[in-house]
Design a protein around this ligand. Structure first.
Ligand SMILES: O=C(O)[C@@H](CO)OP(=O)(O)O
Ligand SMILES: [Mg+2]
Length: 401
C-alpha cells in the first residue's frame, strides 16, 4: 500500500538563507510526504556529515533513489532507513549526506502517515500518543555561534514547567521573549536577534542572567504558573585546550572551575536545564557535574551524544548527563533517532527533541516529540521557522492535524 513510487529532491532556503535539501516521497495509493533538512552552526564534531545541498542531492539521486523507488514501503520506516544506510555505505552519511538522508527519512514517514490517514505523531508513536505534551524550551537571549558580539553562553531558555497546557506554555515563552525586550529597552540596550530569534544584546552573561531571571519571574506572576529557565552553554565552542580551558570574554575557566561555575549557576538561579555545560569529549566532567546537580536539574548532552547510541551508551556507563538532545539530522534517520530515544528511556535518561539553528517550515520534530512522549522540546520562542513547530504542537493539542 505504501510502496514508494517516486522520490523528488530539490534545494530550498533555510532560515539563514542557505540552500538545504527538501524531499518529496510519493507512494502507491496517492501517499505523499514532504520534509526538509535543518542545519546547525554549533555542530558537534561527531555528528553525521552534512554535504553541500547540491552535492547531497546529486549523490542521493544516484545512490539512494534507485534503492527506494519500487523497492521499499514508506509505511515501514526501518526498511526505508536501512535502504538509506545501504545506499550511503559509510558510518557517518558522508556518502549521500545526512541532509539528504534525514529529509528523505522524514518525508517517507509523512508519506506513510498520509496513506493510513493517521496524524504523523500517531503513525510514529501509536494510538496511545497525543495526550501528553513536551514542555517547550524557548530561546530568549543568546549569543555564542548564533550571534556576534552577544553573550558567551549560546542560549538562555525559558522553561514554563508549570503550564497547564502546551499552548499556554508556548504563549508564556513568547511573553518572556517580549518582556526581555521591554527590559532591554529600559536599560538602553537596543539589539537585534540571533539565528533562532532570541535577543542578541551586547551584554555579558551575568547581565543576561539578571534580565532573564527578572523576565521569567514577571511573566510567571502574570500567568500564574511556574516558569524556570535553563541554558545551552554550547561549551565545546568555548573549549580551547591550548588556552587552558573554557574561554569566556573576561576569563578562562579550567574544567574544575567550569563545573563549579555551572553548579553555582544551577543553585543561584534554580536552573531547570543545562545543555552542553562541558566539552564534547569530556564525559568525566559531565559525570562530575551530574553527580553534583543531577538530582535538581537536567544535564543534557547535545554535542556530547549527537543522537548517537554508541556515545549515549558510553555516557550512561559513566553517569555523564541525565538527558540527551535528539536532533534527527545529527544521526541521519528517524530510525536512528528512535533508537537513541529508546536507549535513553530504558536508562531513565530524559530526551529533549530539538531544532537546529538553521531551520525550515518543516514541523516533523513537533510530531516526533509527541510520538515519543518527550518531556521537553527545544524549538525556539518566536520566528516563523520556530513557530512552525510551536503552532503544530498547538494544532496537535487541538486535534487539528
Ligand atoms: O546547539 C544547539 O543546541 C543548536 C540548536 O539550538 O544549535 P545548532 O543547530 O547551531 O547546533
Ligand atoms: Mg546545543
Amino acid at each position: 500500500m505504501t510502496l514508494v513510487t517516486d522520490v523528488r529532491l530539490r534545494r530550498v532556503l533555510d532560515s539563514r538563507g542557505n540552500p538545504t535539501v527538501e524531499a518529496d516521497v510519493l507512494t502507491e495509493e496517492g501517499g505523499f510526504g514532504r520534509a526538509a533538512a535543518p542545519s546547525g552552526a554549533s555542530t558537534g564534531e561527531y555528528e553525521a556529515i552534512e554535504l553541500p545541498a547540491a552535492e547531497a542531492i546529486a549523490a542521493a539521486r544516484e545512490d539512494a533513489v534507485p534503492r527506494l523507488v519500487g523497492e521499499v514501503h514508506a509505511g515501514n520506516q526501518r526498511e526505508v532507513d536501512a535502504a538509506l544506510h545501504a545506499a550511503d555505505g559509510t558510518d557517518d552519511f558522508s556518502g549521500i549526506g545526512a541532509n539528504s538522508a534525514v529529509a528523505i527519512s522524514m518525508a517517507a514517514a509523512k508519506a506513510g502517515a498520509s496513506v493510513t490517514g493517521a496524524p504523523l505523531y500517531q503513525h510514529l508513536g501509536g494510538t496511545f500518543r497525543g495526550n501528553t505534551f513536551p514542555v517547550p524550551l524557548g530561546n530568549i537571549v543568546g549569543g555564542g555561534e548564533h550571534a556576534a558580539d552577544a553573550t558567551d553562553i549560546q542560549e538562555f531558555l525559558a522553561a514554563p514547567v508549570g503550564a497547564p497546557s502546551v499552548s499556554e506554555a508556548i504563549f508564556a515563552n513568547a511573553a518572556v521573549h517580549g518582556k526581555v525586550h521591554d527590559i532591554l529597552i529600559e536599560r538602553d540596550e537596543p539589539c537585534g536577534k540571533g539565528d533562532e530569534g532570541a535577543w542578541a544584546p551586547s551584554i555579558d552573561d551575568s547581565e543576561a542572567f539578571e534580565i532573564v531571571d527578572e523576565a521569567t519571574k514577571a511573566v510567571a506572576d502574570e500567568v500564574g504558573f511556574e516558569i524556570r529557565f535553563g541554558l545551552d552553554v554550547a561549551a565545546a565552542e568555548m573549549y580551547d585546550e591550548d588556552e587552558g580551558g573554557y574561554v569566556y570574554s573576561d576569563q578562562v575557566r579550567s574544567t574544575e572551575e567550569q563545573v563549579e561555575y555551572i553548579a553555582d549557576l544551577v543553585a543561584e538561579y534554580d536552573l531547570k536545564y543545562v545543555e552542553d555545560p562541558l566539552d564534547e569529549d569530556d564525559y568525566e566532567g559531565f559525570a562530575d557535574l551530574t553527580e553534583k546537580v543531577g538530582d535538581r536539574t537536567l544535564v543534557c548532552g547535545d554535542d556530547l551524544f549527537v543522537t548517537n547510541t554508541d556515545r549515549l551508551g558510553d555516557g550512561i556507563q559513566q553517569g555523564a548527563a541525565n538527558s540527551i538532545l535528539i536532533k534527527p539530522n545529527q544521526i541521519g534517520t528517524l530510525s536512528d533517532a528512535f533508537d537513541a530515544i529508546e536507549l535513553a528511556v530504558e536508562n531513565a535518561y530524559g530526551h529533549v527533541v530539538s531544532h537546529r539553528s538553521g531551520e525550515t517550515e518543516d514541523a516533523t520534530i513537533a510530531h516526533l516529540a509527541v510520538a515519543t512522549d518527550a518531556p521537553f522540546i527545544k524549538t525556539g520562542a518566536v520566528a516563523g521557522e520556530r513557530t512552525a513547530k510551536l503552532n503544530e504542537l498547538i494544532r496537535i493539542e487541538d486535534n487539528a492535524v
